[in-house]
Design a protein around this ligand. Structure first.
Ligand SMILES: Nc1ncnc2c1ncn2[C@@H]1O[C@H](COP(=O)(O)OP(=O)(O)OP(=O)(O)O)[C@@H](O)[C@H]1O
Ligand SMILES: [Mg+2]
Length: 251
C-alpha cells in the first residue's frame, strides 16, 4: 500500500492549484460492427483536487465513456488527459493499471463484486494484489466505515443491493484513492437506499479529502456536488458550480 509519505512527496511535486484531472480536447471513437461511433467530441475540462463533480445528461450522451476515459479504462482517440500530473495517453496497460490502483477507486452501478468471495475477501482483494500484508485488517476497518461490520463473512448473494454497493465502495476505498469515480452508483437501488449510499459517498469523500466524480441521472444528487457537468451528444454543454447549477436544474 502506498504510504502517506509517498503521497505527500507526490503532492509536493504538484502545484496546489494544479487540477488532479485535466482533459484537453478529448475525442473518443469506438468501432462496433455497425461502424465507427464518435462518442466524445472534444471534451476539455479540469477538476481541481478535492472537488466533487457530477456528470449528468441524457442516456447515450457519453457520461460513462467520459468516466472510463478519465480512468484510463478507455483510451482517448485524440486529445490529452492528465491525471495526478501524468499524461496517461502514452502509458502502457500495465502502467495504467498501476496508476488506477494507486490513485483511483471506481464504483459501478452493478457493484461488480466477485460472487465467490465474501464481503471481506472482496474488499481485501486489491490490497492483497498489491502485496499488503494487512489487507484483511484494513478491509475489516473499511467495512466498519461503511456500516457493514455484521456482514463481513457474507457472500454478495447474501447481501441486499445497498449492502453490496457498500462493499463495492469499501473496496474502491481500499488503497486510499485520491480520486473516486462512481457511475450511477444508485442506479440499481430504491430511492431510500440510494440516498444512504450517496450520503455515504459524499461523507467518505469529505473525510478523506478525495476528489469525487459521479455520473448520475438524479438532479437532486447532482446538486449535492460542488459542480455539475452536463453532457449532450458527446460534448460538455454546461459546466457550472452548484449554486448556479441548482438554479439551472430547477428552471
Ligand atoms: N463499445 C462501444 N462501441 C460502440 N459504441 C459504443 C460503445 N460503448 C458505448 N457506445 C455508444 O456511445 C454512446 C455513449 O455511451 P455511454 O455509455 O457513454 O452513454 P451514457 O451517457 O453513459 O448513457 P446511459 O445514461 O444510458 O448510461 C452511446 O451512443 C453508445 O451507444
Ligand atoms: Mg452510462
Amino acid at each position: 500500500m502506498r504510504s502517506v509519505q509517498a503521497r505527500h512527496d507526490n503532492a509536493r511535486h504538484l502545484s496546489l492549484s494544479e487540477p488532479i484531472i485535466k482533459l484537453d480536447n478529448v475525442h473518443l471513437s469506438l468501432t462496433s460492427r455497425a461502424g465507427s461511433v464518435h462518442i466524445l467530441r472534444g471534451v476539455s475540462l479540469a477538476i481541481p483536487r478535492g472537488q466533487s463533480a457530477a456528470i449528468v445528461g441524457p442516456s447515450g450522451s457519453g457520461k460513462t465513456s467520459l468516466l472510463m476515459t478519465m480512468a484510463g479504462l478507455e483510451r482517448a482517440t485524440s486529445g490529452e488527459i492528465i491525471v495526478s500530473g501524468r499524461n496517461i495517453g502514452p502509458l502502457s496497460e500495465d502502467e495504467l493499471a498501476i496508476l488506477r490502483g494507486a490513485e483511483m477507486g471506481i464504483v459501478f452501478q452493478s457493484f461488480h463484486l466477485v460472487p465467490t468471495m465474501t464481503a471481506i475477501e472482496n474488499v481485501a482483494l486489491p490490497m492483497e494484489l498489491a502485496g499488503d500484508s494487512k489487507a484483511f485488517d484494513t478491509a475489516r476497518g473499511l467495512l466498519a466505515e461503511v456500516g457493514l461490520s455484521a456482514r463481513v463473512d457474507h457472500f454478495p448473494a447474501e447481501l441486499s443491493g445497498g449492502e453490496q454497493q457498500r462493499v463495492a465502495i469499501a473496496r474502491a476505498l481500499s488503497r486510499s484513492p485520491e480520486i473516486i469515480f462512481a457511475d450511477e452508483p444508485t442506479g440499481n437501488l430504491d430511492g431510500r437506499t440510494g440516498r444512504q449510499i450517496i450520503d455515504l459517498l459524499f461523507g467518505l469523500r469529505e473525510r478523506r479529502k478525495a476528489t469525487l466524480v459521479i455520473v448520475t441521472h438524479d438532479n437532486k444528487l447532482a446538486a449535492m456536488a460542488d459542480r455539475v457537468i452536463r453532457m449532450a451528444d458527446g460534448s460538455v454543454v454546461s459546466d457550472e458550480s452548484t449554486n448556479t447549477a441548482m438554479h439551472a436544474v430547477s428552471s
